[in-house]
Write a new protein. Structure first.
Length: 403
């Protein structure tokens, strides 16, 4: 009898190993497909001092189905995020997210930049933990109440996805993962690259309003300030140029750049880096062409915008300008505009102020496949920023409040 039990346990062990093998082969096949999407592309001729070729990042992703190192969770016993985390607990999770995002995108394409911006504002402050989704309570101020986050949109969409998932897999899928997946699908729907992401994040139980106010990048800051801000989170100059390519979609309120048009840096003159024809166009688009530049519009505002202040409103609304005014699709027109002195935000045009970042602007303008590959890799890196994993954090039942 004991012999039979041993044989049975042995057979079960062999079966489990085989199932695990099949799953790893499926994951490897999906990752090879990802590699084929991003063939090798040349880098700038003077890029030897910059990061290794982006193929190195893809190779690292292909090495294992799981992270080989623990992420910065502050707890060495935490379980790392992994590819296809919900394979057993909620196998249709990613399909459900994608289906809802697709339906809403067909009706309102502006949800894509809204979700992309929402992800950035979440991940940049204390990591990708869905803290930006929390409402204020008696003992906690929401990040939504930060002046830099007042124009964020997309909360209702995240709630809609969460509600659907709770009906299929109660208490399983985190709001942090929903936001990462929804943003990834939004990029793809907008014409950008589809990229694989790890899942298994947990949700924060607190918000970080003060940090959001103090640390979200301001588009009026000079480039060295932005470089330092991103560097503190592990991003280099090349990756800043890459991530700002997200400004190729969405619209922006004129109040967030009108100082460049009339009263730049307290000079009562426009930003000298602006192309003159583009300056006239932006003044016309912002319905301020009848205002004398010597006076300019009111510039003192508590609503200092963040670096990714891109709204999801219709461009028919007064005072809204498309970020990609020469087209609507995700792509490299953004970089061509910078080469012509036509960056809408000061932070955008500032990329041309330094040799390293300027070289990457030129590289992406010349090579769309290089940009798409680098953008995918940068978004994968952003999505993994300082995540919470079990046993830390929680799985919220409603994304706007702690469980």
């Amino acid at each position: 009898m004991a012999y039979c039990r041993i044989i049975l346990h042995l057979l079960l062990a062999i079966l489990m190993v085989y199932v695990s093998y099949l799953r790893q082969m499926l994951i490897l096949e999906q990752r090879v497909e990802f590699l084929e999407i991003f063939p090798s592309s040349p880098s700038p001729s003077n890029s030897s001092s910059l990061d290794p070729d982006p193929r190195w990042w893809i190779y690292q992703f292909l090495l294992s189905a799981k992270h080989e190192e623990k992420l910065e969770t502050g707890n060495s016993s935490s379980r790392p995020i992994e590819y296809d985390f919900y394979h057993d607990s909620c196998p249709k999770a990613e399909q459900i997210v994608r289906a809802i995002v697709e339906d809403l995108y067909r009706a309102r394409p502006e949800v894509a930049p809204a979700l992309l911006r929402l992800l950035f504002h979440d991940c940049f402050i204390q990591g990708c933990d869905a803290s930006v989704l929390l409402d204020s309570t008696e003992g906690m101020t929401s990040e939504k109440d930060s002046p830099l986050n007042e124009s964020l949109r997309g909360f209702g969409l995240i709630d809609q996805i969460k509600s659907k998932l709770e009906g299929h897999c109660p208490g399983v899928v985190s709001c942090a993962d929903i936001l990462v997946l929804a943003a990834r699908d939004s990029v793809a729907l907008s014409g950008g690259p589809f990229y694989p992401v790890y899942t298994g994040r947990r949700d924060s139980t607190v918000a970080f309003s003060d940090r959001a106010t103090a640390e979200l990048p301001n588009p009026y800051d000079h480039l060295p300030v932005h470089l330092a801000s991103f560097a503190s989170r592990g991003f280099d100059g090349r990756e800043i140029v890459t991530l700002l390519g997200a400004h190729s979609i969405g619209v922006i309120d004129c109040k967030f750049f009108e100082k460049r048009l009339y009263h730049f840096d307290g000079s009562n003159k426009p930003d000298p880096s602006l192309d003159l024809g583009f300056l006239d166009l932006m003044r016309t688009r912002c319905n301020n062409s009848n205002i004398e530049s010597s006076q300019g519009p009111e510039t003192s505002s508590p609503d200092s915008p963040s670096l990714t202040t891109v709204h999801n409103s219709s461009t028919e609304e007064r005072g809204l300008v498309p970020m990609n005014y020469e087209g609507s699709a995700f792509g490299t027109q953004y970089y061509h505009s910078l080469l012509q002195g036509k960056g809408i935000l000061y932070a955008d045009q500032q990329l041309m102020a330094m040799e390293e970042t300027g070289n990457w602007v030129r590289a992406y303008a010349l090579d769309a496949s290089l940009f798409r590959r680098d953008f995918a890799l940068a978004m994968m890196k952003l999505s993994d920023l300082q995540v919470l994993t079990a046993p830390m954090g929680q799985i919220r039942l409603t994304c706007s409040k702690v469980a």
